[in-house]
Design a binder for this molecule. Structure first.
Ligand code: HEM
Length: 193
């Protein structure tokens, strides 16, 4: 086993990650009383997601979607094998983490798009006002319920995400959260193919 450290998360991924954490927290806690801040943090999340999707095609090795996208069956096999002490370690996202990244990005995107539809329906503002400014009250209400549902579903995914990070850190005796700060991990990786 090598003690060599490798640079895994480039600076943009790290800035993306912690900005996303901050923007989501702001959006979540300003929902009721600070509408303007809520809207700005929603736009920030949309910008961050747009950047991340682009970076998934042109970014550094471990940021690229093709370096960590796997079939659900691979993630399930990975999770089943976790009970073995010598289960595979990945320097990029492990297969279960990779599925969670995609689920988080999907749920965040749904939350933001629905939020913009609600903003159009209730405030006649934002890029989707042309679509929803004239919808009925009950449709506006349904959009709001869906927006809230996805926001809470995202929160649930975040809970699982953090549990996964803590579990994986313990299992492989490494601090994954610190890696998301300085970008480095020890080598001895198994590559996703
Ligand atoms: C304080 C709580 C959090 C901690 C400690 C944390 C930690 C981490 C770590 C260590 C990774 C890399 C996992 C790996 O090594 O494979 C990661 C990735 C990721 N996390 Fe978190 N996370 C937190 C909160 C969040 C929140 C709130 C969100 C969403 C709003 C989020 C979204 C993501 C995404 C999208 C990635 C993938 C990064 C990428 O490939 O661009 N995380 N997180």
């Amino acid at each position: 086993m090598s003690n060599q450290t490798l640079k895994i998360w480039d600076v943009f991924i790290r800035i993306f990650h912690w900005s996303l954490v901050f923007a989501f927290a702001v959006a979540y806690f300003t929902e009721d009383d600070y509408q303007q801040i809520h809207v700005y943090s929603g736009y920030t999340i949309l910008g961050l997601l747009t950047f991340r999707i682009l970076w998934g095609f042109i970014g550094s090795e471990h940021a690229k979607f093709r370096s960590f996208m796997v079939k659900p069956s691979v993630a399930i096999a990975y999770l089943k094998n976790l009970k073995n002490k010598d289960s595979k370690r990945y320097v990029g996202h492990n297969p279960a983490g990779a599925m969670m990244v995609m689920a988080l990005m999907f749920s965040l995107t749904a939350t933001v798009i629905l939020g913009l539809l609600v903003y159009g329906a209730e405030e006649f503002s934002g890029p989707f006002a042309f679509l929803t400014a004239n919808v009925s009250q009950s449709m506006a209400h349904t959009l709001e319920e869906l927006h809230e549902f996805f926001a809470n579903f995202t929160l649930f995914l975040i809970f699982l995400h953090v549990l996964g990070v803590l579990f994986s850190s313990h299992h492989h005796k490494e601090n994954l959260t610190a890696s998301m700060v300085h970008g480095k991990k020890r080598s001895n990786q198994e590559k996703l193919s």
